[in-house]
Design a protein around this ligand. Structure first.
Ligand SMILES: C[S@@+](CC[C@H](N)C(=O)[O-])C[C@H]1O[C@@H](n2cnc3c(N)ncnc32)[C@H](O)[C@@H]1O
Length: 383
């Protein structure tokens, strides 16, 4: 289970900041102001963020705040892939596109370690921001992770290195690309970009895409997913348990994203407060693609119908409901009446967005007491 960054990272990130004569995480008000400024640039809809993120104030905010917040996103996005061992399990070659400071890679590295992977990991950080790459290299140098070798390559995301990699990651970079195009043109452009990044993966490799949980960014990712499937250019490993068109796209204004209960590390909470940002929970969206026909659904235990929880639990008088996205590509709203609460379905009360569950017998659009929740915290990977 992914958690927030441990305390050892704090001194490492502070050391990198000190080398640059930047304030450290103890300078809560100063760092908080820079984090607030970067966050405003991301959220004001004027497209200021990419430039602001490259300035030294932006880099400081990314080093001390975004990096520790984003490592668990990378870990959560790659976690199912790693726990299912759906990538080559020896020495690994990784390409991190739009790597920035390398947070996504560190998330992957953490999941690999937790899953007992011991082989060498060769990482290429790829970005068009030389200053961010310098920070990524320095972080890796100080971290001294056994078996990890990193190099940095400077260049545009549309011209990523052409070697073969076992894992290619594109973390929160799609959002920054091709903003001048129309939405339809961007979908086609990013379908082709992801197809070409997937083309760089080894036969058993994978492409992991992470995006902000914002509605328009995530719906764009859904549309790119559907376009890739329609063109036969990719197989979907996760989060979807099916390869039908995304049912969230069919509902105007809907989007399928994660909201994990992973809070910011303790040392960052004062900074988040000073910046006026939340420290609870972690939101993002993700998509894991493969060339081969290997899908997460096959790593799950059989029995009943397998589904993913794709909404919060909506509790109203006398009932609670969740949206579930199933292996059949449907997205039923499943209801459990309070009066039907029983030992067999008690886990229902602890359902959380992103959980994988099995329901037996399969739920009709409205489900009542006779449907038993078999397993909420399925351990699908303990083969
Ligand atoms: C929001 S940051 C994400 C960094 C990192 N992947 C993460 O998730 O923490 C986006 C990164 O993409 C890079 N980027 C933006 N446009 C790019 C392009 N056209 N080519 C290469 N990198 C790009 C930026 O320099 C920045 O480091």
């Amino acid at each position: 289970m992914t958690s927030s960054l441990d305390e050892s990272w704090r001194s490492l990130l502070d050391a990198v900041a000190e080398e640059r004569r930047w304030p450290t995480s103890t300078a809560v008000a100063r760092v908080g102001a820079k984090v607030a400024a970067l966050s405003a640039a991301y959220n004001d809809g004027e497209g200021r963020a990419p430039a602001a993120a490259r300035e030294s104030d932006g880099l400081l905010a990314r080093l001390l705040f975004s990096f520790p917040r984003d490592v668990p996103k990378g870990a959560a996005a790659a976690g199912e892939l790693v726990r299912a061992r759906a990538i080559p399990w020896g020495p690994l070659k990784v390409l991190d596109v739009g790597a920035g400071l390398g947070a996504m890679t560190w998330g992957l590295v953490r999941e690999l370690g937790d899953a007992g992977h011991e082989g060498a990991i060769d990482v290429t950080f790829f970005d068009d921001d030389a200053a961010a790459l310098k920070l990524a290299l320095r972080i890796a140098e100080l971290k001294k992770h056994p078996g990890l070798r990193v190099r940095a390559v400077h260049g545009s995301a549309h011209q990523a290195p052409k070697q073969v990699f076992d894992v290619v990651i594109a973390g929160q970079v799609l959002s920054e690309l091709d903003r001048e195009l129309t939405p339809e043109e961007r979908v086609t452009r990013h379908r082709d970009l992801l197809a070409s990044l997937l083309g760089r993966t080894s036969p058993e490799g994978a492409l992991v895409v992470v995006e902000p949980a914002l509605r328009d960014r995530t719906r764009h990712l859904h549309a790119v997913r559907d376009a890739l499937l329609e063109a036969g250019q990719a197989r979907v490993f996760a989060p979807c348990l099916h390869e039908a068109p995304c049912p969230a796209l069919a509902t105007h204004g809907d989007w399928c994203h994660e909201d994990r209960s992973i809070d910011l590390p303790d040392w960052l909470r004062p900074v988040a407060r000073a910046a006026g940002l939340r420290w609870e929970g972690l939101t993002f969206s993700y998509l894991v693609l493969k060339k081969e026909d290997r899908r997460l659904i096959r790593a799950l235990p059989g029995g009943g119908v397998r589904l993913r929880v794709v909404s919060d639990r909506i509790v109203t008088k006398g009932k609670s409901e969740v949206l579930l996205c199933g292996e059949d590509g449907l997205r039923p709203k499943v209801t459990r009446l309070d009066r039907s609460r029983s030992e067999a379905n008690a886990r229902w009360d602890r359902l959380h967005r992103g959980d994988l569950i099995a329901i037996d017998p399969p739920p009709a659009p409205r489900v009542e007491s006779e449907n038993r929740v078999l397993s909420i915290d399925v351990e699908p990977f303990s083969q």
